[in-house]
Design a protein around this ligand. Structure first.
Ligand code: ZN
Length: 286
């Protein structure tokens, strides 16, 4: 079978063969956000794509087109941005939680309607929204019977490789994946120009990045094999209508679940008055 695993690159016959052999879909999630002045914005996206592609090559399954817009700037991230980038423009590709959640449900719907029995979502971007998306994934699984696993590279790397934001961990992974997108001088600036770079990034190495990503792929492959074994064959007749999806979304909005990305963390310092993300501290699902 061909080593092409991207949905967008598959012919219908190849898609059917792959779906039949392993009805698992991977969704890479990323974002453009600051990782210091020494790094390109899309670090998170590249990590997620690589892990999904390499795991699919090992275990089978199909990689859906990447989603490069994600949740940032609301809830706990509002204050984080003030602390990490201050007055600089973070040039984010973010959307609010309510918009992302609803789109996420519709992305899962496309996977379900295409016949997949398991959806594996790998995000290169962490934050308070992880718990929210895990919960929504669980609800969708309950609704449809399609397994939905939401994870991050940080969770996959486990305790052996402690995660960070633009520190030794993340910059190492980027040095391995795209050395052309990391500035070789790697200076950590002060005076408000750190642009979310962690000083531990000075210890980043290509070898460490390779180790981290290999660990992520090994861990994901193992989990996917277990998940796939517990689910039946691809199902052509499964179909979720817009109407049922909207009813499901209404249930999410009306639930009394506490969404972590809709408000600051407990004990977190409030965003300063006048800061551009002050109004993003508390948002509502609607
Ligand atoms: Zn990152």
């Amino acid at each position: 079978m061909s080593q092409i695993v991207s949905w967008a690159e598959l012919f219908p016959r190849e898609f059917e063969e792959k779906l039949k052999a392993c009805p698992v879909v991977y969704l890479p999630l990323g974002l453009c956000e600051p990782h210091g002045l020494i790094s390109a914005f899309g670090l998170d996206t590249f990590k997620a794509e690589f892990i999904c592609q390499e795991t699919a090559r090992r275990t089978g399954g199909i990689v859906a087109p990447t989603m490069p817009y994600h949740i940032h700037e609301n809830g706990p991230s509002a204050r984080w941005l003030e602390d990490q980038v201050g007055a600089l423009n973070p040039r984010l590709t973010s959307v609010p939680s309510n918009v992302f959640f609803q789109l996420y449900i519709y992305l899962l719907r496309t996977f379900y309607n295409a016949g997949f029995r398991t959806a594996v979502v790998v995000s290169g971007h962490g934050g308070a929204h992880v718990a929210d998306l895990e919960w929504i994934s669980f609800q969708f699984e309950h609704l449809t019977g399609m397994q939905v696993m939401y994870t991050t590279d940080f969770a996959l790397a486990g305790g052996k490789y402690p995660g960070d934001h633009a520190g030794k961990y993340e910059i190492s992974t980027f040095l391995y994946l795209r050395p052309d997108l990391v500035d070789a001088t790697r200076t950590v600036l002060d005076d408000g120009k750190r642009f979310a770079l962690d000083p531990s990034s000075l210890e980043a190495t290509t070898e460490y990045g390779e180790e981290i990503l290999n660990a992520c792929i090994a861990s994901l492959a193992e989990r996917v094999q277990l998940l796939a074994a517990s689910r039946g064959a691809a199902e052509d007749s499964q179909f979720l209508s817009f109407q049922t999806t909207e009813q499901f979304w209404d249930q999410i909005v009306q639930s009394d679940h506490r969404f972590a990305s809709l408000q600051p963390r407990e004990g977190q310092l409030p965003v300063s008055r006048g800061y551009r993300y002050k109004n993003s501290e508390f948002i509502k699902l609607r």
